[in-house]
Design a protein. Structure first.
Length: 584
């Protein structure tokens, strides 16, 4: 008799996921925006003919579909647009005898025949209530022919028919189905919402539950309320009427928060032996090293979140644990937290490919212990260095010369080995470095021109040496090279300026092509040399070299063609006859 009574008692047990399943819009957890929209649709009589509820497992898709079907057919809805639970329609729904709600599991009924049977039922008007609601769960499991057979009915159903499709894999549903439905995306339920819901259930069941324990269950559920309720039942079976934090982490095989706090404190002390012993203790309790690595990265992330008041709400833990995070975060610099996350992220990526995974985790922990030392070294390397102007550098006259590869480099090197010129009457004038700005020179010229016509004899006419002139000549050439003006650069760097008279110089070029290219830009060179040497009497013109044509190095294909055409004029006729182009 005792055994029989025990069997009857066990058969009456209902799991929490079913016992505390929401039966009104208000009791649905974590989907306020969706429930509000559905209530307003019922209130304003704007209920669509087809709905698609999307989301991960355990977020309330099927539950919400059932509540919507119940509320639509309720004879006396409340002011908050909830089912009354007293009318004939609500009572038949609660008892499971309602003929107005038809549920189909598409995972096991995914063929064309099942859809045809459903279409036949759609034609029959409801016997009680105003609508017949068809809930198709896991609709993405339907075959393609079944989807195609369902299209016409879904687009133009009878007035009394409403379809509610639920799926966890929206991407598998064909676009023609999606276009015929109102789509609602269900969110993952927040940890705080799940923890509060579990606390209410524990109170109703007369169970004493630690807040930290409920938060661990909520985090383990990963946004699924049904999973959280299943874990809750498991813990109640293990712990009885009192749920403790220690009992939860023991039953679920979860690493205690305290271990992560100890790891961080040990790394701050740069105690490598201590952190290796802690890791050995953790692995000795049967915890996976990869899960430990991921958990430690999450711990560092939570510490980084606590560094700023604005991001503190992102930390989904209980208040007591949050205080620990805030306290520990104050002892670590933000840069170190980011560097630590980089170390752990790199170790996580390398974990599966590593042949010695424990050594990889140990190396990561040793790097965490050495973060401060590496940061100090980096600071020493990046200390600000005093930058001395080029004009103040005393160049040595003697000593080993560095041989450069190009002739241009050799010329520059020889110029740099010479002492700075002394023929500068104005001590306040500074020699500019290689940070040239042609734009500034043009602006200065325009500023002088705007003031009116000025006699060049009244402008500065400082004396200068040829070495000065050559130095600025080459600097301007390299500025042209950085601007992509290779022809200008080649012409200037190939030969030194030819002095013809006092303050008059010539830029020697090899051919007419170079003259046509350089001439429009020659004013920039003149303005630059005048400004740098503080002498506005300087003039520069372009001249062809006196070398025979056969000794010249042609710069472009056009130069070569012109030289050959002078020897053989028939080339022009050949070019025009065959409509040829010259490659530059």
């Amino acid at each position: 008799m005792l055994q029989k009574a025990k069997f009857v008692l066990m058969s009456d047990y209902v799991v929490s996921a079913r016992k505390y399943r929401p039966n009104t819009f208000e009791t649905i957890v974590g989907q306020v925006s969706i429930t509000s929209t559905l209530r307003n649709a019922i209130k304003n009589d704007h209920v669509a003919q087809a709905f698609l509820f999307c989301g991960t497992r355990g977020v309330g898709k099927t539950t919400c579909a059932r509540i919507l079907a119940k509320t639509i057919n309720c004879f006396n809805p409340t002011e908050k647009i909830e089912a009354c639970d007293t009318c004939e329609s609500c009572e038949s729904f609660n008892s499971g005898a309602s003929l107005n709600v038809y549920e189909l599991d598409a995972a096991s009924n995914n063929g064309v025949d099942e859809i045809r049977s459903l279409i036949d039922q759609v034609r029959i008007a409801p016997q009680l209530g105003s609508h017949k609601v068809y809930i198709i769960d896991e609709v993405h499991m339907l075959s393609k022919p079944a989807f195609n057979a369902f299209l016409k009915t879904l687009e133009e159903p009878p007035k009394h028919a409403i379809f509610i499709l639920a799926t966890t894999e929206k991407h598998k549903i064909i676009p023609t189905i999606l276009s015929r439905c109102q789509i609602f995306d269900f969110n993952r339920i927040k940890v705080m919402d799940i923890a509060d819901h579990l606390a209410n259930i524990a109170t109703k069941e007369g169970i004493t539950a630690d807040k930290n324990a409920l938060h661990v269950i909520a985090q383990k559920a990963d946004g699924a309320l049904r999973d959280a309720l299943s874990i809750f039942d498991q813990i109640v079976s293990f712990s009885g009427d009192e749920i403790t934090y220690e009992g939860v982490i023991e039953n679920l095989n979860i690493l205690d928060y305290d271990y992560y706090f100890k790891i961080i404190d040990t790394t701050l002390e740069e105690d490598i032996p201590g952190v290796l012993l802690l890791l050995n203790e953790i692995l000795g309790k049967g915890f996976d090293s990869h899960n430990f690595l991921v958990g430690l990265a999450n711990h560092y992330r939570d510490l980084l979140v606590c560094k700023d008041v604005r991001t503190a709400p992102l930390l989904e833990v209980s208040e007591s644990v949050q205080q620990k995070y805030v306290s520990q975060a104050k002892s670590i610099e933000g840069n170190n937290l980011i560097r630590a996350l980089g170390v752990l992220s790199s170790a996580d990526v390398q974990y599966k490919a590593s042949k010695n995974q424990r050594l990889l985790v140990e190396m990561a922990l040793m790097q965490l212990c050495s973060l401060n030392q590496e940061l100090d070294k980096k600071k020493n390397l990046t200390d600000p260095v005093e930058i001395i102007p080029f004009s103040q550098i005393k160049l040595r006259k003697k000593g080993p010369k560095i041989k450069l590869k190009s002739e241009i480099g050799n010329q520059i090197e020889s110029d740099l080995q010479k002492p700075q010129p002394t023929k500068v009457p104005k001590a306040s004038r500074k020699i500019k470095t290689s940070n040239l700005s042609i734009k500034k020179l043009i602006e200065k010229k325009e500023e002088i021109a705007a003031q009116g016509v000025v006699d060049s004899n009244s402008m500065p006419q400082d004396s200068y040496s040829i070495d000065d002139l050559k130095m600025y000549w080459r600097r301007f050439a390299f500025e042209m090279k950085t601007k992509g003006k290779e022809t200008f650069y080649n012409a200037m760097i190939k030969r030194d300026p030819k002095q013809q008279e006092i303050n008059e110089f010539a830029l020697l070029v090899d051919n007419q092509i170079q003259i046509d290219y350089i001439k429009p830009q020659l004013s920039e060179l003149v303005d630059y040399m005048r400004t740098e040497l503080n002498n506005y009497q300087i003039e520069i013109k372009i001249e062809l070299t006196n070398k025979p044509e056969e000794q010249l190095k042609f710069q472009t294909g056009k130069d070569k063609f012109a030289a050959l055409a002078r020897k053989n004029p028939n080339l022009h006729a050949l070019k025009s006859t065959f409509n040829l182009d010259i490659e530059y």
